[in-house]
Design a protein around this ligand. Structure first.
Ligand SMILES: C[S@@+](CC[C@H](N)C(=O)[O-])C[C@H]1O[C@@H](n2cnc3c(N)ncnc32)[C@H](O)[C@@H]1O
Length: 320
């Protein structure tokens, strides 16, 4: 059977780690990547269209876009299997222009907004999060948008520990254009010593090496506000001991790094600020809950709200 996997990121890595032996994969398909992934060639979608195939497993979050591209290339839809089918809040209205002329901008702006399933007050002047990011994890992104309005008078800088390709950092940078943004990551993947001790799969690890500082910076709208701290945390936090943080995204998947992040950031989180502990309710990454339990045992707990987003973020509130 000729099996192709579309994607060379975390979705593909997880598929190989959990359900599909790499020896069964003829090649990976990716519109941007070249070379190889987990020892298998990476080909373009065009090349796929010229090969015989029995099953194309789409292991990417960009399912809509990929489906469209593959249809244009004449790939048989019967042979596609989509692994990601996140909640997509679709607005049925495709063209507002004619209605805008009749009903006016204010009415249409309000209508466009109320079509969204989760409403964020219109009184904030910030940009709204739209597009594929919001469709992949609508609750996570819309919560960030709503929290942003609550932080107007909370002092401190913004930080993310665990940046990967910068898809969440992009929104942090965009929603807080006036504040410095600290980005902590190796930008080369996980610390192998830590990852090895957690039995992390080869696909999971390989997918996370697929990034670079340059790639992240070029995806950011305001790179001049960004301070890159490349290397292994917590060493990369040296010199920031006196800093205070209004918002921190903590997303490093594994226990020891999560624990180090909690120990550094929580005491420095401004009163009324937020730390977003990603993957808190993700059964695939139990180290995150363990890290918080260890922290709370030593320092006590503080107010926190679990989200019903894709990977179960916990929002921890900064205390006085
Ligand atoms: C799940 S990814 C982050 C995803 C990103 N927050 C997003 O939403 O797109 C986890 C990242 O944590 C980084 N990481 C894990 N432990 C780290 C540590 N101790 N120091 C620096 N980076 C670390 C990895 O390199 C990886 O890029």
């Amino acid at each position: 059977m000729n099996i192709y996997v579309y994607g060379t990121g975390c979705g593909a890595g997880e598929l190989i780690d959990t359900a599909l032996d790499i020896s069964r994969v003829a090649a990976f398909v990716d519109s941007s990547a070249t070379g190889d992934f987990l020892g298998r060639p990476v080909i373009s979608p065009q090349e796929l269209a010229n090969r015989p195939y029995d099953l194309v497993i789409v292991a990417s979050r960009q399912a809509e876009e990929i489906a469209r591209g593959l249809t244009e290339l004449g790939i048989d839809p019967e042979k596609l299997l989509f692994l990601k089918n996140h909640f997509v809040p679709v607005d049925r209205n495709r063209n507002y222009e004619a209605a805008r002329a009749v009903l006016g901008d204010a009415y249409i702006d309000k209508l466009q907004h109320s079509e969204r399933l989760i409403r964020v007050p219109l009184w904030t002047q910030q940009e709204r999060i739209e597009g594929p990011d919001a469709e992949n994890d609508y609750v996570r992104l819309k919560t960030l948008e709503a929290l942003c309005a609550r932080l107007e008078n909370v002092p401190g800088v913004i930080a993310e520990l665990g940046v990967y390709q910068g898809s969440f950092a992009r929104w942090l940078n965009r929603l807080f254009p006036e504040r410095p943004l600290y980005l902590f990551d190796t930008f080369e993947g996980f610390d192998m010593n830590e990852a090895g001790s957690c039995d992390s799969g080869a696909g999971f690890l390989a997918a996370h090496t697929n990034t670079s500082v340059q790639r992240v910076l070029s995806a950011l709208p305001q790179p001049e506000r960004v301070h890159i701290r490349q290397g292994l945390f917590p060493e990369t936090a040296t010199g920031l001991e006196k800093e205070c943080f209004a918002l921190v995204s903590l997303d490093v998947d594994l226990e020891e790094s999560t624990y180090a992040g909690l120990c550094f950031f929580l005491p420095r989180l401004s009163e009324g600020g937020f730390l977003l502990l990603h993957d808190y309710n993700n059964p695939r990454l139990p180290g995150v809950q363990k890290a918080l339990a260890r922290y709370e045992e030593a320092h006590g707990s503080q107010a926190a709200v679990p989200l019903c987003d894709v990977n179960g973020t916990l929002v921890i509130v900064g205390k006085a």
